[in-house]
Ligand binder design. Structure first.
Ligand SMILES: NC(=O)c1ccc[n+]([C@@H]2O[C@H](COP(=O)([O-])OP(=O)(O)OC[C@H]3O[C@@H](n4cnc5c(N)ncnc54)[C@H](OP(=O)(O)O)[C@@H]3O)[C@@H](O)[C@H]2O)c1
Length: 297
């Protein structure tokens, strides 16, 4: 199975990375150190996860050299109009000189001076979007920052559908990566076809179906896992890699971290069977009040 995928700029991205959302405190740091010592080399981070300093500590403790890592971080929604400051804070918190990939976390600019650092609201309780701003302007800003700042090696987006990707194409610069929820129940078939045509690499977030995933208990998946002498999680991740996208599972358990790094070569029959299981029960696990997603079916 591929250990890396090629990006349109000629660079490479690892087939398996570590999701760092909700990895907090000692347990979170220990999980990250274990992951790095066990061979994870891509870290999926975000300003809004609030744990960049913990990621920096884990990297230091692991002894893995910066040049051997692929660090992904994301511009937070409430920082679209102050993107460069968000970048500077990110580099400082992560104690790194460079980001291998900087993503726009959501196509959703929120009020930088609002009543909440992540989800500001108006007096009527609705989401407080940044006035006189839009995500195309954010993308243009990120392009300009990258031209001036060698710290940003690559640009990408997350949670973009075809509509949003078309909108930012007016800038003449397409993202190298679009990180989206992607697992058998949310297979993003149309978006995947579109991204292949445009040379945009999809990356699968919540590849196991996120916290409390029903997929992990699916009896058909359990049968495929048993046949392959593997776990359901390994089958889900291997299904993603077989379909051509990197996966960024998160775990706080050393055993499960090791398991998730071990990608199997599934037969075409098993890959197709897993696709059918997901189609029978389409579901997005990640939703947000600041964004309306395209239909998945
Ligand atoms: N761009 C975005 O907007 C966005 C949104 C969501 C997520 N993400 C990124 O994607 C990463 C992964 O997504 P996610 O955190 O939502 O969920 P996920 O990786 O799909 O699933 C994580 C859950 O699965 C459990 N798990 C992990 N490995 C397992 C295994 N081998 N067997 C059984 N259970 C297992 C974990 O529990 P244990 O800890 O107990 O193992 C945890 O509850 C995030 O951490 C984040 O970096 C990005």
């Amino acid at each position: 199975m591929p250990r890396q995928f090629s990006l349109a700029d000629g660079g490479k991205i690892h087939a398996v990375g570590l999701g760092t959302w909700q990895l907090e405190g000692n347990q979170g740091r220990e999980a990250m150190v274990h992951a790095l010592k066990s061979g994870y080399r891509m870290l999926d981070c975000a300003f809004s996860y609030g744990n960049q300093a913990l990621v920096a500590e884990a990297i230091e403790q692991s002894g893995v050299a910066r040049e051997d890592l692929f660090i992904v971080d994301k511009l937070a929604n409430t920082w679209h109009s102050a993107a460069e400051e968000c970048l500077d804070r990110t580099l400082a918190a992560l104690k790194t000189d460079t980001l291998d990939l900087w993503l726009m976390h959501w196509p959703s600019p929120l009020n930088h001076h609002g009543n909440h650092p992540k989800c500001p609201t108006l007096p009527d309780g609705t989401v407080d979007f940044e006035k006189n701003w839009n995500y195309v302007k954010t993308w243009q800003t990120m392009i300009e920052i990258q031209k001036r700042r060698p710290e940003v090696k690559r640009l990408g987006v997350a949670n973009f559908g075809i509509k949003e990707l078309e909108a930012i194409s007016v800038t003449g610069v397409l993202p190298l990566v679009n990180q989206v929820e992607l697992h058998p129940s949310c297979n993003q078939e149309n978006l995947h076809k579109y991204c292949i045509q445009k040379g945009i690499q999809l990356v699968a977030y919540s590849p196991l179906g996120s916290t409390g995933s029903a997929l992990l208990h699916d009896p058909n998946l359990k049968a495929i896992a048993k046949k392959n002498n593997a776990t359901v999680a390994q089958c889900l991740l291997s299904w993603g890699v077989a379909n051509g996208w990197p996966v960024i599972p998160r775990s706080s358990s050393p055993d499960r971290l090791d398991q998730n790094l071990d990608i199997l070569e599934l037969s075409k029959e098993d890959v197709d069977a897993i696709s059918r299981i997901g189609k029978a029960s389409p579901k997005r696990y990640v939703t947000a009040p600041w964004h309306t997603f395209e239909e998945i079916v």
